[in-house]
Design a binder for this molecule. Structure first.
Ligand code: KIV
Length: 289
């Protein structure tokens, strides 16, 4: 049974303030009509209904990344992330948004074996969540799969360069393409996924020159993360941007320090409870007069 409808009367979810047309995959693709997307496309990750509500007015694409595994579940990589996790969080983000295109990551192991396996998994994600696209990692090896999905009605976002689901092959999360052979392979990967019909391609953790070459030469918008300001758009993990973690990778700009602010709010609450400053009569129920 699909999980993406919700009785808003029993939830903190508010109905769409602007029930209108969502951004579509062709509209994102068309943003690069003259070889560059101007202004650049804004993409952020989201994992929950409320965060989607807050981000939706500011983004063209909300990505339910498999980074959910690390950010929400405390996993050490994206490898253990399951279809159930992606569908539950994907459905929540669709419920919380009304304008952005919602794309959901295909978890490791759900698409690599064959195009048919990928179609089964991607169609399940679309049915369960109400999202409009999926994202999958990989270059030349995944081109046939991307074409298979696109030709059967499933818009795909590609993901090349540092592909976290391959961490065990790559040996870590460092920037890719420092050697010429690898740099050329990443560019070939982006071109293959572009030609296969992806409507945009995430380019993650590569030398700036590689990202620039990709953005300049592929037809689809190149969405950078740890890539280049010359990409056609940018994506960040929302919790990194908000300062929810102590460690800030080089490619992240922190726009807030929420971890410190949450800690401070919890400390003040704890003080208030222990000194009986909370609750006050403003927070308790009395008989109606
Ligand atoms: O899983 C994720 O959040 C991602 C983005 C970092 C692009 O793939």
């Amino acid at each position: 049974m699909s999980t993406f409808t919700i009785d808003t009367a029993t939830s903190r979810a508010t109905p769409s303030p602007v029930p209108g047309k969502r951004t579509t995959a062709p509209a994102i693709r068309a943003r690069k009509a003259n070889g560059v997307a101007e202004p650049p496309i804004v993409m952020l990750t989201a994992y929950t209904m409320r965060m989607a509500q807050l981000l939706d007015p500011h983004c063209e694409v909300l990505l339910v990344g498999d980074s959910v595994g690390q950010v929400i579940y405390g996993l050490s990589s994206t490898i253990p992330v399951t279809m159930e996790m992606m569908c539950a969080h994907g459905a929540a983000v669709v419920r919380g948004s009304w304008h952005a295109l919602v794309a959901v990551d295909m978890p490791f192991g759900s698409y690599e074996a064959s195009p048919a396996q990928a179609f089964d998994s991607a169609s399940h994600i679309l049915k369960q969540t109400g999202c409009a696209a999926v994202k999958l990692e990989g270059g030349e090896a995944m081109a046939e799969t991307v074409a298979f999905l696109v030709h059967r009605g499933i818009p795909v976002i590609g993901h090349v360069g540092l592909t976290p689901q391959s961490v065990n092959v790559l040996g870590g999360y460092g920037a890719r393409g420092r050697e010429e052979r690898e740099a050329q392979q990443i560019i070939a990967d982006a071109k293959a996924i572009d030609q296969a019909g992806a409507f945009c391609i995430v380019v993650e953790g590569v030398l700036e020159t590689i990202a620039e070459e990709i953005a300049r030469t592929i037809a689809a918008p190149a969405i950078g993360i740890g890539a280049s300001p010359k990409c056609d758009g940018q994506v960040l993990v929302i919790d990194d941007l908000l300062g929810m973690f102590e460690r800030t990778p080089r490619f992240v700009k922190r726009y807030d320090d929420l971890a410190a602010r949450i800690g401070e709010a919890a400390r003040t609450y704890a003080d208030d409870v222990r000194t009986r400053r909370f609750p006050t009569s403003d927070h308790t129920y009395r008989p109606k007069s």
